[in-house]
Design a protein. Structure first.
Length: 442
């Protein structure tokens, strides 16, 4: 569904919800004894990612609820996730889940921002959708005298009439002179200088994409030029100047509810990997064990690709090759889940050359964010790769500068990383005060 109606400014309109009174009870028979401090719904907002750092904004705009820091102290648990739309905007998904006495409540809302939206326009839309979802929960759960959903007519008994007032249309009804094509051009430059060091960077990119329910097309081009200059201890100057470029395309077609096929191709220059020109053409297939519509909450996919890869090297490789064509294949299994207890993701990838399967690469990557107990969160991330496929390595010796600055890929049997940490928060669970004085110093 595409939302054509532009949400009114929540700032100038005092967020619509601030001037409302509660709707008549849908649950007249439900008698809920509210705690003295909890006369308003207690909300636990669960969000990681883009726009999740704007909690102060949401608390300011939706001031008629009580925001709590622990899920077990809440009446409703809200999970907000987002993903990029075909037009380059964002689609936000809100899951409202009752807690405790309200455990039977469950609802879902969505909001789509446009790629041309300013930050405040995007935040206004997110806050409005979140506020309307909380107002619906309050209405149906017996929290009365707080809000009335007014202005947009979302309490209408006829869903079609409500959708018409909101301007909700199907993709087939959209009149688009661009036929759903979206184009982006980016250019960035950076100069960083000190008395004994200097770096210059220039990067440009172009993207053309078209996304429908059946097709997903993406074409990209990029160019990067980097120059670094250092004065060494013997007062000599070390200079590294290089450029890379690339073209890529992705074509994806949905052939069934859980199946997709596609074609991926690349051509470019990669100085760090000793490739003056390289290119690949890979047909691919993907199977999703869960419906694709559930991807923001849970996802389990298997992705397989196979095809030829061409490489023309700057320097002769360790295997004595100046250029070559090899067949490659890769299989990736990926799982991710976002639940009340936290987030988890695991990705396993195996790739190998068709002519010699001993030249392969197997990698495992996982991340876990776990709500251990009240106020205590644990974050762990780890990755490991067994590397046996570095056929592109140069046969010559690397200089100390190339090693220290990582200007060239070095031979290795493995790559591994580990990161971990925790956060613990305690104190008042009912502090809704927002104070923007003295936001920060240097």
């Amino acid at each position: 569904m595409h939302v054509r109606h532009r949400w009114p400014s929540l700032i100038s309109g005092a967020f619509l919800l601030a001037c409302l009174t509660v709707l008549g009870g849908t649950l007249e028979a439900q008698e809920v004894v509210l705690e003295s401090v909890g006369a308003a719904p207690r909300v636990f907002f669960d969000c990681n990612g883009r726009d999740c750092n704007e909690r102060t904004f949401y608390r300011t705009e939706i001031a008629w609820v009580t925001w709590v820091r622990d899920q077990r102290d809440s009446h409703v648990h809200v999970i907000m996730t987002s993903q990029t739309t075909g037009a380059g905007g964002r689609e936000y998904l809100f899951d409202f889940m009752g807690v405790g006495l309200y455990g039977g409540y469950a609802a879902e809302s969505r909001y789509q921002s446009l790629p041309t939206d300013t930050e405040i326009e995007r935040l206004d839309g997110v806050a409005l959708t979140l506020g309307l979802g909380l107002a619906t929960f309050a209405t149906q759960s017996g929290f009365r005298g707080l809000v009335e959903v007014d202005g947009l007519g979302l309490a209408a008994t006829d869903p079609a009439a409500a959708a018409a007032r909101l301007g909700v249309v199907s993709p087939d009804q959209v009149e688009d002179a661009w036929n759903l094509w979206v184009f982006r051009v980016n250019a960035n430059g950076n100069i960083d200088q000190e008395s004994k060091r200097e770096s210059r960077r220039l990067s440009t990119s172009f993207n053309a994409s078209r996304v429908t329910d059946t097709w997903k097309l993406s074409f990209n081009a990029n160019y990067n030029n980097n120059r670094q200059e250092f004065e060494l201890s013997d007062e000599t100057r070390f200079v590294d100047s290089r450029y890379d470029w690339g073209f890529s395309q992705r074509i994806t077609y949905a052939i069934a509810e859980h199946f997709s096929v596609g074609l991926r191709s690349n051509v470019g220059r990669n100085t760090r990997n000793n490739q003056e020109v390289w290119g690949q053409l890979n047909p691919a297939v993907e199977y999703s064990f869960f419906p694709y519509e559930e991807a923001t909450r849970r996802s389990l996919t298997a992705f397989y690709e196979i095809g030829p890869v061409y490489r023309d090297y700057f320097e002769q490789t360790l295997l004595g090759k100046d250029k070559e064509i090899r067949g490659e294949q890769a299989l990736t299994l990926e799982f991710s889940q976002r639940q009340v207890w936290g987030n988890a993701s695991v990705r396993v990838t195996g790739s190998a050359y068709l002519h010699d399967r001993t030249q392969n690469n197997v990698s495992l990557r996982g991340n876990l964010s776990l709500r251990v107990t009240r106020g205590l969160n644990l974050n762990v991330g780890a990755s490991y790769s067994r590397v046996r496929d570095q056929v592109f390595l140069t046969g010559g010796d690397l200089t100390d500068e190339e090693r220290l600055l990582e200007l060239q890929t070095q031979q290795t049997d493995y790559e591994r990383s580990l990161n971990f940490g925790f956060s613990y928060q305690f104190g008042s669970i009912f502090n809704n005060v927002v104070n923007n004085r003295f936001p920060g110093g240097r």
